[in-house]
Unconditional design. Sequence first.
Length: 167
Amino acid sequence: MELLFLLAQAALLILAGVMVLRVREELQLLVRQATSQQRSEQIERLHEELQQTLREVRTTLSEGIVQLEERITRAEQVLHMLEAHMPDVAETPPDSQSTAQRVPVERILALADTGCDVKEIARLTGVAEGEVSLVLQLRAQRGDQPRSHPEETSSGNFTRENEGTDE
């Protein structure tokens, strides 16, 4: 009888062990499913964040394009004013020897009068920033006042809206 009792206990222990293994497998399966669902939710959130970021980038780029178009329009207006004040510069072919050494002082001063900064003047004239600064400093030392052009007041003020920015 004791042998039977021991066999019954052994059978119960084996059955309990099998049940523990099954429960463990079921728990692992549930953990994998939960992890998979969490990953799906994380991927969904990341996807939404990425879409929002892309929308913000598109908006920023669109605003940048609008600002660039406005600056191009203002630059064209300044260019037309300069051409109106210096028609002989646009029509006269430059001397090959003197062009390399001549600084377009009048053009630099005209651009400065319209509100262009040193970097813009250097870019528009092809003259180094140091030379542009020197021309403007010399004018300031001589006490010359910027020239006022009647066309500026009639066609609108050419103020620098973005002065001090790299836009």
